[in-house]
Design a protein around this ligand. Structure first.
Ligand code: 2BA
Length: 94
C-alpha cells in the first residue's frame, strides 16, 4: 500500500476531496500552513493500494492548478498540489 500526502491549495481542497470521495477514495483532511508564505493550505492523507496511485494523482491534478501570488515585491508560483507518495508498511483498522 501507499500513503499519498497531498499538500493542496485551500481553494482547491473541497473539489479534490469531493472528486476523491466520488471515486470511493478515503481521505483525511488536515489544516496546514506553508512555511514560506505562512498562509493556509490543506494536507490530505490518502491511503491506497499500489495500483491506485496514478488514478488518485490524476484526480488531484484535474482539480488543481498553480497560482501566482506576490510575496513582497517578488512573484511566487504556488503549485496546485505537492504530493509525496510513501510506501506504507501496514494499515490496520481496529
Ligand atoms: P509554502 O512553503 O508557503 O511555499 C509556497 C510557495 O513559495 C512554493 O510553492 C514555492 O513556489 C515558494 N517557495 C517556497 N519556499 C521557497 C524558498 N525557500 N525560496 C523561494 N521560494 C520558495 P510550492 O513549492 O508549490 O509549495 C506549496 C506548499 O507546499 C508550500 O507552501 C509547503 O506548504 C508545501 N511544500 C512544498 N514543497 C514541500 C516540501 N519539499 N516539503 C514540505 N512541504 C512542501
Amino acid at each position: 500500500m501507499k500513503l499519498i500526502i497531498a499538500i493542496v491549495q485551500d481553494e482547491f481542497s473541497n473539489k479534490v476531496i469531493k472528486a476523491l470521495m466520488n471515486n470511493k477514495y478515503r481521505t483525511t483532511k488536515l489544516s496546514s500552513t506553508g512555511g514560506f508564505l505562512k498562509s493556509g493550505n490543506t494536507t490530505l492523507l490518502i491511503g491506497v493500494e499500489d495500483g491506485e496511485v496514478d488514478k488518485v494523482i490524476d484526480i488531484i491534478e484535474k482539480e488543481c492548478k498553480d497560482t501566482k501570488v506576490m510575496k513582497g515585491q517578488d512573484e511566487v508560483t504556488v503549485g496546485g498540489a505537492n504530493l509525496f507518495v510513501l510506501d506504507m508498511e501496514d494499515f490496520r483498522k481496529l
